[in-house]
Design a binder for this molecule. Structure first.
Ligand code: PSZ
Length: 500
């Protein structure tokens, strides 16, 4: 009861906040059929440099407890709204990075606050179950309503998990279990299998591998890390598996202008993939799965063509490997389609699709045959969080009622046209504008200049992220509209003017 009151009080506070500060916001009116009105700020408002004095003070405090080297600034999430992130010094910034691409419909969306306020949902927020053994009554229904309503083509099963790494980690395990089961001819494991696995030996622990790509990022836990190859800071000093790493195509942009050169580069990479599969089978480290991002994100927003992914999918099929598409960063609508791999237009695009970030819960969709026959083989305490399924269900409702994927395409076009214009006017500074929807990036002439541009933008009220060696990436939430793109372009235009 006390927690119910607390939760109501929180919601009331948030509502009062909205009302009290009403003159500072703009109400964008919507047709009656749309979700709750999108109440948002007019634009950035800067009071101090970022990080400001309060952020610096808190960083000092936290530094006594943790390493704070990666902290940008401290946030005021109560005051943040829609596309605007407010910091603890009262600075209000247009957020084009959204917590590393993980805020689906902006901050404090009224529809999500309502889910929190609904007394029927309270127990889901208060009592986190061990889903693998004691799920709540509404669990299957919620999975059907939310996650399975956006299941990628051909995949009808889903396993939820806590985060992106945890999802990939378990998806790799599902691939290994499936592969070994296939090798055993669906027979039960032998006593030798059961005994040897306890001391890390074959045959119980087979020498299987997952093939991944240079520049890819699939998480930092030990198994995933063997497939992550974006930056040394992720991998240094950590033991790993000897698993095959293929080159990912390094394409020239705009893609339409370099079709022939890019096709050659992709053919080279695909040849290497097949060679590695053959080589690793020969040395007894059979490739059970291939993992790939539809757009290499941490690695620098590296794209490949539809033809590349079709051929890669065919190679996986030909060699009997699981084809795992990691949509942790690309999934959830930022590219203008719900899943980035939908742009490939394939009938059978993947055996596994993993997700997290904008989906609010981690997890992976998979083919029926990748469900292990025995219980407890893919398992942990939480196996996700049903309260996240409730929030996701509402996120999906908002995406549908507000046609947010179309909005993403519209806003993305404005942003992309602006980036093309910038690189035409500052060719010595900017190049290779690329992307789909609002999932965009541009290269800066060097790492140092990239970092300065990101810092200058932040001090003028725009939060941006970097990726790869010298790229700036754009990862706004799905409520980012054309006028937000103009706000960014105007601010960035002023910053670039200093480089004339
Ligand atoms: O530095 C880091 O640890 C970061 S910065 C961005 C991410 C991680 N992205 C997470 C991510 C991803 O982009 C892809 C394609 N796959 C897996 C992951 C791992 O997800 P988390 O971070 O939830 O474990």
């Amino acid at each position: 009861m006390a927690s119910m009151l607390l939760c109501r009080q929180l919601a009331v506070n948030l509502q009062q906040n909205l009302r009290l500060s009403a003159p500072r916001y703009r109400c964008i009116s919507k047709a009656a059929t749309k979700s709750s009105p999108d109440v948002e700020f007019d634009g950035p408002s800067m009071k101090t440099e970022v990080p400001g004095p309060r952020s610096r003070e808190l960083t000092e405090q936290l530094d006594k407890i943790q390493n704070t080297g990666a902290i940008n600034f401290f946030c005021n999430y109560e005051e943040s709204r829609g596309n605007y992130l407010v910091d603890v010094d009262g600075n209000r910034m247009l957020d084009l990075y959204t917590q590393i691409s993980s805020i689906p419909i902006g901050y404090n969306h009224p529809a999500l606050l309502k889910v929190m306020q609904n007394p029927q949902n309270l127990s889901a927020f208060v009592n986190r179950p061990a889903l693998g053994i004691l799920p709540p009554e509404n669990f299957p229904g919620n999975l059907l309503d939310a996650l399975l309503s956006v299941a990628p083509r051909g995949l009808r099963k889903v396993q939820t998990m806590a985060c992106g790494s945890c999802s990939n980690e378990n998806a790799y395990k599902a691939a290994f279990i499936w592969y070994r089961n296939k090798e055993r001819g669906n027979m039960k494991p032998t006593k030798e299998d059961l005994d040897s696995c306890l001391s890390n030996q074959a045959p119980g622990c087979p020498e299987f591998s997952i093939l991944s790509f240079m520049g890819g990022f699939h998480g930092r836990t030990l198994g995933c890390l063997a497939t992550t190859h974006s930056k040394a800071v992720h991998k240094l000093d950590i033991p790993t598996f000897d698993w095959p790493v293929a080159p990912f195509p390094r394409l020239r942009y705009p893609l339409e202008e370099f079709v022939r050169e890019n096709a050659q580069e992709e053919a080279r990479c695909l040849e290497e993939v097949e060679d590695l599969i053959v080589k690793y089978r020969k040395i007894g480290k059979t490739v059970a799965g291939i993992v790939v991002e539809p757009i290499q994100s941490e690695g620098g927003d590296n794209h490949a063509s539809v033809d590349f992914f079709k051929k890669l999918r065919d190679i996986a099929r030909k060699h009997g490997c699981v084809f795992h598409v990691d949509e942790v960063q690309t999934g959830g609508g930022g590219t203008g389609k719900f899943w980035a791999h939908e742009h490939w237009g394939m009938d059978d695009p993947a055996d596994i699709v993993s997700f997290s970030k904008k989906m609010l819960t981690g997890g992976y969709f998979h083919k029926d045959e990748l469900t292990p026959a025995e219980p407890y083989r893919i398992f942990n305490t939480w196996m996700g969080d049903p309260s996240k399924n409730l929030l996701l269900n509402e996120v999906l409702n908002v995406i549908r009622t507000d046609s947010l994927l179309e909005e993403v395409s519209r806003a993305g076009k404005v942003l992309m046209d602006g980036l093309y214009d910038f690189q035409a006017r500052y060719p010595h500074l900017l190049s290779a504008a690329r992307g789909q929807g609002t999932f965009l990036a541009i290269d800066v002439r060097d790492d140092a200049t990239r970092n300065i541009l990101i810092m200058k933008a932040r001090n003028k009220g725009v939060v941006l992220g970097g990726c790869g060696e010298r790229s700036i990436r754009f990862r706004p939430s799905l409520v980012f509209k054309q006028h937000h793109a103009h706000v960014f372009l105007n601010i960035f235009n002023d910053i670039l003017a200093e480089y004339k």
